[in-house]
Structures are given as structure tokens and as C-alpha cells.
Design a protein around this ligand. Structure first.
Ligand code: ADP
Length: 582
């Protein structure tokens, strides 16, 4: 026998067969676990975390939360495959790091899968819900919610999972630090700084790539071991060795140098099922000493091509200093009103109707939101360069927020691009009644050809499915995150089916063109993972090998991002498909 190979594990974990439920039994038990065994587990979990922090999900009525401002912790609020499909058997909120470790060990003992989340506002990608129905939802945000440190000289913060963008911003304001340090925020400020970073989310200041700007993690591995990455692995000589590891004073460079020594580990803990991140460093931006946001409107649909060609060299040269975005007219229109405000027609809006909406709102068919950072003389030079470059687009118009006080989107972007959190952009989800959304998020080259081709394809497919195209191109250093917002009516089964159809179709369409998504909803993880299949799925084989080595029982987030542990029969976990053409 080859002793270097671990013993083969039989893939026995499959979805539970439908069976009548006993009183108090969760809506969905963990796979292969009897109700009696589950009750033992819950008793032990209560002994670790206290009963008040353990909630068994046994009634359909408990799946009632529907809003970002008060998000569900046990299921996907924006469900496309039924409200009760992606659902946890129980939600457990540990009170400190040792309790997280104890819960990981307990799940290993009972062979019960767990799905960690921070706040659960990952809406559009599945929220707090687990990939494997019946998993334990591990709610890290409820108690682990402290800003542990803000260091002004080093310009960084050390945070726990429950710290939201609002929390971190408020912390800086309340401690009179906001004149020195700014944060970077995504469109909505209610999510977790740590959760968003582990998912590789983005914001819009010069620090918009959150993973790039994180520095140092404390992670609980699937066997309960606590690891500090990067410089955190080097002990601080002044640390008190009598304290437990999670309380020991870290190395002073932990949040200053990302890589430490040896292989760089942090990447494997993003979009990952290899660890639970319980502390994370994030770099803060030094207040640049001046700021000016602006809007450039482009009148014609076809201007997208030229605008993107102008953006590329400006962004590469850092004349565009931040992560700007090029937004389709309906993205802005939807923030300012629901569909009924603009039209009574049921089918997708045509070009004339979109032109009319743009004219009514005094916007372009595409709208570019940027900002300039620095003292006045620096801003003056950069503004001239930006203005001159975009003036090449016939009919382009330039606005500063003070010139459009009633433009809600520009007023909001003015805040977002300086890292002030808001929730205003929630409004576009209400474009349709009972509005919910899914994000289709392919990466695009910063070229006019790529942008125009992705827009053409995604708009055509959205319209084929009966939806309006709503989308934005978010410009990174060398690529764009093209975010297509598929807004559907979550209480209309046909609308859910069409949303599911259009996203599965687009994933295949995109892969055929060499375009891949940067992040996705639970229901699409397998499909997208299978498109990243270069050289006979070599990368997936690597991911599975690491998964099985670190998590032999497959207890941590099985199926996340398409990675199935050896104990799981991956095919049997396929999400019910609704690929019928609309
Ligand atoms: P947010 O509320 O910040 O948008 P969530 O808390 O919903 O984000 O988390 C999104 C996803 O990120 C989760 O479903 C999980 O897969 C992953 N995640 C979040 N927090 C952690 C964490 N602390 N450790 C490991 N993975 C996490």
C-alpha cells in the first residue's frame, strides 16, 4: 500500500431523503444525521455557546426576514430555487474565539457541516445561507464584533467579523480619527469588512480592492487550530505566554507587511472552505487632504466603447486614482424610482424608452462616476486631464455634485467614493415588486471591444428572459468587474425560474468567450467552478487535495465555490435546475 496516500473515503454524504418531520425537528437535518443525534449535538452546542446563542430552525414562518436592513441568518432571502432550499438546521453564535474552536471540534465529532458567515448581507450571492441544506450556520458577527485596534501611524485597523463598514466609519468619527484616516466601502455599508474581504469584494476609493488592502489574518482551521498568517506567525517578544493564543499581543508588523516568510497563505482563506477568519487587518487610506467627485454623462448607448478606451490609459497611469464605475442608465434610474414610475409596459424597455428616461433624469445612456484625491493644485491638474480626455466623446457632459443637488445617485456616489457608508443604493432592488437580485459578475478586459461585447450579450439574454438590463462596469487596475444585476420578483415562481435560466445561460455563454465570473451565488458555484477547467481541471484537483488534507471529514462549508470534500457525493448535491427557456 502507498503510505503517502490517505485512505480513500467513501463519498456517502448525500441529501437526506424526504421524510415526515417530528415536533421540534429542523426544516432540514444535516445530511446523514438522525434527529436524535442532532438533538445531542444541539445540547452540546448549548453547553459551549449557551442556549441563548443556539437557534434551531424548525418552522417555515421563521424564514420571514426579507430585507437587507434586517437580514436573514438562516436562509437565502433572495432565493431562486425555493425559500426552504438553502436553509440551515440551526444558527449558532459563538461568543469568543475558543468557542469557535470548540464548535469546529464538535462538528468534527458529529460529522456535521458548518457554514461560517459574518453578517449575512452577502445578498445577491446567497446571504448567510449554506450551500449544503441542513448545515449549521455559524454566526460570527453577533458577538465577535469589535474594532480591536486602529493604528494611526501604520494607517490600519484590526477587526473582528461583526464589524460593518458603518461600524468602522463611526469608530473613526467618534474617536476623532476621520480627519486622518478613511475607509473604503462597497455600494452598501451594512456588510462586514472582514466578510466582504474574504469574498474578494470591491469598493470605489483608491483602496477599492479589499483583498489587496487587507494585511494579516487570524484563522481557525477545520481541525480547530488557530493560525496567524504573515508576520503574525512571528511571536511578539513582549507577548504574555500565559494568555491563550488568540489573546496574545501580535507581532507589531502583522498589519504592515502582508507576506511574512514562506508560502503566502491568505489567498486560500478567501472564497474558501479551509478556515474561519476571526481577525483581519485592513489598511486605511490616509485622508488625502482634499477630494472632488464628479459625473461624466455619455449620451449614446454606443459611447460605452469609446469611454472604456479612454479609461484604460488613464487608470493605468493613476490619473484615475480610484475605482470608478461606468453605469447603465437603468442602474441610476432604478435608484431614483421603481419601474412603475417610468413605464406601464411589461416587456423590457427599448432604446427609445431608455433615451427618454435618460433625458428625463438629465443623465446619459452611460454615466461615469469618478473622483479626484489630493490638495487643490493636484486636483486642478488631474481634473483638466480627465476633462480633456473624456471630451473626445461627442456630447459628454461633466458635473460636480454641487451642480446637481437633486441627483440622488451623484450625491450618494459623492459619499461612497470618499468611503462614507450608505444604504441608498438598496433602492434599485425595488425596480420590480418583491424585488430580489442575483449578480452575474464576469471579469472584462478594459477595452471598448470587451465592454461592448459583454454588454451586447448580457443585455440580449436579459431581454430574452423578459428582464431589463441593469448593470455597471467597475474599473480595477487592469480589468473591469462587469456587474449585471438581475432583478426579479421573488414571490413569482416564473420570475425566479427566468432569473435562474438567464444566469445559468450567461455562465455558459461567457465561458465560451473566455470570460469568467469573480464571485457567485450558491446555486451557481458548481457551474462556474466547472468552467475554470484548464488542463483537465488541474486547479480543482489542487483545491480538492488541499481541502481533503485540511478537512478530512469535510465539515467546513462543503461545496463552497464548487469544492466538494471526499466524503460528499458531489453529483447528488446538484441544485435543482430550471433551464427551460422562458
Ligand atoms: P457580508 O455580510 O459582509 O456581505 P457575509 O457575512 O454574508 O458577508 O459573508 C459572505 C460569505 O463569506 C459567507 O457566506 C462565507 O462563505 C464567507 N465568510 C464570511 N465571513 C467569513 C469568515 N469570518 N470566515 C470564513 N468565511 C467567511
Amino acid at each position: 500500500m502507498d503510505k503517502t496516500q490517505p485512505p480513500a473515503v467513501e463519498a456517502t454524504r448525500r441529501p437526506n431523503a424526504a421524510a415526515p418531520r417530528a415536533a421540534g425537528q429542523p426544516l432540514c437535518l444535516p445530511p446523514g444525521v438522525s434527529f436524535d443525534k442532532f438533538k445531542d449535538f444541539i445540547k452540546r452546542a448549548g453547553e459551549i455557546c449557551e442556549d441563548a446563542n443556539v437557534t434551531v430552525i424548525s418552522k417555515s414562518e421563521e424564514l420571514s426576514k426579507e430585507h437587507y436592513l434586517d437580514p436573514a441568518k438562516e436562509h437565502d432571502m433572495y432565493h431562486i430555487v425555493g425559500k426552504e432550499y438553502f436553509v440551515s438546521s440551526a444558527v449558532i453564535a459563538p461568543r469568543d474565539v475558543p468557542e469557535v474552536q470548540a464548535m469546529v471540534r464538535l462538528c468534527n465529532e458529529f460529522e456535521i457541516p458548518m457554514w461560517p458567515f459574518s453578517i449575512g448581507r452577502n445578498v445577491g450571492y446567497g446571504g448567510a445561507a449554506p450551500r449544503v441544506p441542513g448545515s449549521i450556520g455559524l454566526d460570527l458577527g453577533r458577538h465577535l464584533n469589535k474594532v480591536l485596534k486602529v493604528d494611526v501611524d501604520g494607517a490600519y485597523a484590526l477587526v473582528e467579523p461583526g464589524v460593518t463598514y458603518f461600524d468602522l466609519h463611526n469608530y473613526l468619527v467618534e474617536n476623532n480619527l476621520h480627519d486622518k484616516l478613511w475607509i473604503d466601502v462597497p455600494d452598501l455599508g451594512g456588510g462586514s469588512v472582514l466578510g466582504n474581504t474574504t469574498e474578494r469584494g470591491v469598493g470605489y476609493t483608491p483602496y477599492g480592492d479589499h483583498f489587496m488592502m487587507h494585511c494579516g489574518m487570524e484563522v481557525i482551521l477545520p481541525d480547530g487550530t488557530l493560525v496567524r498568517t504573515g508576520m503574525g506567525a512571528l511571536p511578539n517578544p513582549n507577548a504574555d505566554p500565559s494568555k491563550p493564543p488568540h489573546e496574545q499581543e501580535p507581532n507589531e508588523s502583522w498589519q504592515l507587511f502582508n507576506y511574512g516568510f514562506g508560502p503566502y497563505n491568505d489567498g486560500i482563506f478567501t472564497q474558501s472552505s479551509l478556515g474561519i477568519v476571526v481577525k483581519m487587518g485592513i489598511w486605511l487610506m490616509a485622508n488625502p487632504g482634499g477630494y472632488q467627485s464628479y459625473l461624466v454623462t455619455f449620451p449614446r448607448d454606443e459611447d460605452l466603447h469609446q469611454a472604456v478606451e479612454i479609461i484604460r490609459p488613464l487608470r493605468l497611469a493613476n490619473i484615475l486614482q480610484n475605482v470608478p464605475s461606468v453605469r447603465h442608465i437603468l442602474m441610476d434610474a432604478a435608484v431614483m424610482g421603481d419601474r412603475a414610475k417610468y413605464t406601464s409596459k411589461t416587456g423590457p424597455l427599448n432604446d427609445e424608452e431608455l433615451d427618454a428616461i435618460a433625458a428625463k433624469l438629465n443623465l446619459g445612456r452611460w454615466n461615469f462616476y469618478g473622483a479626484i484625491y489630493g490638495p487643490e493644485p493636484v486636483r486642478a491638474v488631474l481634473w483638466e486631464a480627465v476633462k480633456q480626455a473624456f471630451s473626445a466623446v461627442p456630447g459628454a457632459k461633466f458635473y460636480k455634485p454641487e451642480e446637481m443637488p437633486d441627483n440622488l445617485v451623484l450625491q450618494t456616489r459623492h459619499l461612497t467614493l470618499q468611503g462614507v457608508p450608505t444604504t441608498t443604493e438598496l433602492a434599485w432592488v425595488d425596480w420590480l415588486p418583491n424585488g430580489a437580485h442575483l449578480f452575474f459578475s464576469p471579469i472584462a478586459k478594459v477595452t471598448g471591444d470587451d465592454a461592448a461585447a459583454q454588454y451586447k450579450l448580457t443585455r440580449a439574454r436579459c431581454e430574452e428572459a423578459g428582464f431589463d438590463f441593469i448593470g455597471t462596469f467597475v474599473v480595477g487596475m487592469r480589468e473591469m468587474h462587469h456587474i449585471v444585476c438581475i432583478v426579479f420578483d421573488r414571490k413569482d415562481a416564473d420570475s425566479c425560474r427566468r432569473a435562474h435560466w438567464v444566469i445559468t445561460t450567461l455562465i455558459d455563454d461567457a465561458a465560451q468567450r473566455g470570460w469568467g465570473e469573480y464571485r457567485t451565488h450558491l446555486a451557481l458555484m458548481d457551474q462556474i467552478a466547472q468552467t475554470y477547467n484548464f488542463n483537465d481541471n488541474a486547479q480543482m484537483k489542487l483545491n480538492v487535495a488541499i481541502k481533503n488534507a485540511l478537512d478530512p471529514k469535510g465539515i467546513l462549508a462543503p461545496g463552497k465555490n464548487g469544492i466538494w470534500p471526499q466524503a460528499y457525493d458531489a453529483k447528488s448535491w446538484a441544485v435543482p435546475q430550471s433551464r427551460l427557456r422562458p
